[in-house]
Design a protein around this ligand. Structure first.
Ligand code: ARG
Length: 463
């Protein structure tokens, strides 16, 4: 490594002319990847400790480098570090500053590594902790959801299919479906840890190195589980980026679906939920308005997450192995998806805390649309040993009869029902009771009040 005269970029010793200023402007990534500074310093520190242990650098040089890196870490933390676009990225900015702080011996820090393995090492460490933060935010949502569910076990509403009233359910059961979605999201992020836990450091540019390094040592030091197996694949691989962007997209999609449903329920036509003033906004012209803008924000932001995922997939499509500049955009996409998702998770948690069911409207709506028809069909099948299809047909006749007479199912008399199925007894009338309908859905995972209580308890215990 030669001395850096005339402010030349470190790797530019064979390039005589200064690069195009336009490229310097567009090709740098410092404004984005400076977020990796802590990880970069941590990885460089582990790297030089390994180099010393392997007798590749002396004790004195190792200490000097670590001293310089620690100083730089503090400078950046205290906003006293000047990031320069001409040094392209965080790695070169730190290395360049290391020369200023400790002098020529800084030239040893880049022994047996390349920016190609350096950047992925930093990035994987960063994504691992981002995964943690996202899962913590998801946990908060799960807690708020369970809290709201606990208060609404007996809140009856219609469940929908095709957005048409289908069957009576407990509002809590609906809420507990969020918990399943968000638990899957958590698992999806956690599953990604397997490949994130493979340490890239030491594969160097693409071929490995002739220095006698110990990749197991840096693996342990940096909290990875094992070193990656193939140096070419290591510097080419961005599957872990796709995994993160995909997990973020699915989680955003879940939020978007729920947001859309709550928007519908908050509409004046449905009026199933109330949002407090904390999470609605007014209109500039219509003084009466309270709009669910935050929910709309959440619904829309999934588009952003998908965009980032598809950008990365497109960058990788047809890209030859191993490292290419194209890959540099990976960080911007991940940072954007990460920030976006954390915002959405926080907003959604706020909405959950500021959302109340309109219980009487829910109940009234559950009484519309013959929602207990399936209960009658099941009752006939169970008690009169009819095939389900036969029971279904009889029930359809009952619904037709009720519809013609503009009656609800629970307004039909036993005599009227007997016209369709003479064997029926008084006992049949209870199937049209909404609570009874819910209580009867005892099959595992069904909406019965008892099931919900058990499920809530189970999730509270897992806490
Ligand atoms: N800033 C670069 C990136 O994020 C670092 C890797 C540079 N490697 C190289 N061979 N130019 O992709």
């Amino acid at each position: 490594m030669t001395k850096n005269k005339n402010n030349q970029v470190i790797w530019n010793t064979r390039i005589n002319k200064n690069g195009s200023s336009l490229f310097q402007r567009v090709g740098n990534s410092i404004d984005i990847d400076k977020r990796l500074y802590k990880e970069d310093i941590k990885a460089s520190t582990a790297h030089v400790e390994m180099l010393f242990k392997q007798k590749i650098i002396s004790f004195k040089i190792k200490n000097k480098i670590i001293y310089g890196l620690t100083k730089i870490n503090n400078e950046i933390k205290k906003n006293k570090f000047e990031f320069k676009k001409k040094y392209e990225d965080i790695h070169m900015n730190i290395e360049k500053r290391l020369f200023e702080v400790i002098g020529d011996e800084a030239g040893y820090v880049h022994t047996a590594r390349s920016r190609n393995d350096q950047v992925i090492t930093d990035f994987k460490i960063w994504i691992k902790s981002a995964t943690n933060e996202i899962n913590n935010n998801i946990d908060k949502i799960i807690k708020s959801t369970i809290k709201l569910a606990e208060k609404n076990i007996k809140t009856v509403m219609p469940g929908f299919t095709h957005l048409k009233n289908a069957q009576p359910i407990s509002f809590a059961h609906y809420l507990m479906s969020f918990v399943e979605m968000f638990n899957r999201d958590k698992k999806r992020f956690l599953n990604n840890l397997d490949s994130l836990n493979e340490n890239p450091l030491g594969v160097a540019a693409l071929a490995g190195t002739s220095f006698k390094i110990d990749r197991y040592y840096t693996t342990k030091k940096l909290g990875f589980i094992r070193p990656t197996n193939n140096s070419i694949d290591t510097v080419s691989d961005r599957d872990f980026v796709l995994d993160f962007l995909y997990a973020s997209s699915v989680c955003s999609m879940h939020i978007s679906r729920i947001a859309e449903e709550l928007i519908i329920w908050n509409s004046d036509s449905f009026n199933l939920i109330k949002l407090t003033d904390k999470v609605v906004t007014g209109s500039s012209i219509m003084p009466q308005k309270k709009n669910p803008d935050l929910l709309e924000y959440l619904r829309g932001k999934s588009g952003n997450a998908y965009g980032n995922l598809f950008s990365m997939l497109t960058i990788l499509k047809g890209l030859p192995l191993s490292y290419h500049k194209d890959l540099q955009d990976d960080k911007e996409l991940v940072f954007k998806s990460n920030d976006n998702l954390n915002n959405c998770l926080k907003i959604f948690n706020e909405i959950l805390k500021n959302c109340k069911p309109n219980k009487s409207v829910m109940l009234k709506l559950a009484n519309k649309g013959y929602t207990t028809a399936t209960d009658l069909a099941e009752y006939l099948s169970i008690n009169y040993s009819m095939s389900f299809r036969k029971a279904y047909q009889k029930t359809a006749m009952v619904v037709n009869y009720a519809e013609k007479r503009k009656k609800k199912l629970n307004e039909l008399t036993l005599e009227e029902l007997k016209k369709i199925e003479p064997k029926l007894k008084e006992d049949v009338l209870k199937v049209f009771d909404l609570n009874n309908s819910i209580i009867s859905k005892k099959s595992y995972g069904g909406t019965s009040f008892d099931n919900i209580k058990k499920m809530i308890l189970k999730y509270k215990k897992n806490d």
